[in-house]
Design a protein around this ligand. Structure first.
Ligand SMILES: [Zn+2]
Length: 252
């Protein structure tokens, strides 16, 4: 194979791998951020339930204090029942007591609601607490893995970029310029394999004379349609009745 064509193909493979690595490297910070967001949402929900439970317990204590205050008022009223002078006053006092007792029943219903809510919260809090350490460890492990993957990607990319520079230095200026121009024009794909007489990038059939030249891989040649640098890979000889058929057709 023509040495510059060989270098151009290698350059193409390097650039594709560098592009892959760059995409991975660029995607990793947001993957790490997603994991950390998952964990902080988990912790936030856990803390929020703990706050709700504390609030629930405070409200329940306040309601219980209200009940006690009402009960002491009722017993005071009951003492006063013996001091009233008229039936009318007596009935009024009884109504007062009944009203206070109704208040107690209403507040006791509220206390029961608070207790049910507290039980549910306590259950969720216990579950989250038992999972919290495992969740933290999972996220820390995954973040560490992504960071070391990123580090490996960065190192591989540096190594490939050095190799790229070395390859570029061996190319003639016009070949390097052609490669770079096509790379910019063709979204990173400056090189295309020719298969069965066609450019595999744009699918256009090569003129037979050009195809014969490309098959030899003895020069840096370009597709007349898309402008990419062309190369040819001999089909594998084993078990290749189909490939030979294709070969016969294309060389005919
Ligand atoms: Zn083409």
């Amino acid at each position: 194979m023509h040495p510059e064509l060989k270098t151009v193909i290698e350059l193409h493979q390097l650039d594709q791998r560098i592009a892959e690595l760059t995409a991975q490297i660029d995607a990793l910070p947001s993957q790490i951020e997603n994991l950390e967001t998952q964990l902080s949402q988990f912790i936030h929900a856990h803390e929020e339930r703990q706050q709700r439970l504390a609030k629930n317990q405070k409200e329940r204590r306040d309601l219980e204090a209200d009940v006690q205050a009402i009960q002491s008022r009722i017993s005071k009223h009951k003492d006063q029942l013996y001091e009233v002078k008229t039936n009318e006053q007596y009935r009024a006092m009884l109504r007062e007591i009944e009203g206070e007792q109704a208040n107690i029943r209403r507040i006791e219903d509220q206390i029961l609601e608070k207790m049910i809510e507290a039980e549910e919260l306590e259950k969720l809090i216990r579950e989250a607490a038992s999972r919290l350490d495992a969740e933290k460890a999972r996220v820390a492990g995954e973040v560490k893995q992504l960071q070391s993957l990123r580090q490996a990607d960065v190192e591989e990319r540096e190594r490939l970029e050095k190799q790229r520079q070395a390859d570029c230095a061996t190319l003639a200026a016009d070949v390097l310029d052609l490669y770079e121009r096509m790379r910019r024009a063709r979204r990173g794909q400056a090189v295309a394999e020719v298969r069965e007489g066609c450019c595999t990038a744009c699918n256009v059939l090569l003129r037979p004379q050009l195809f014969n030249e490309v098959r030899g891989n003895t020069a840096v040649l370009t597709c007349e349609n898309c402008g990419r640098i062309l190369y040819y890979v001999e089909p594998a000889p084993v078990d290749s009745a189909e490939a030979q058929g294709a070969d016969a057709r294309t060389s005919a």
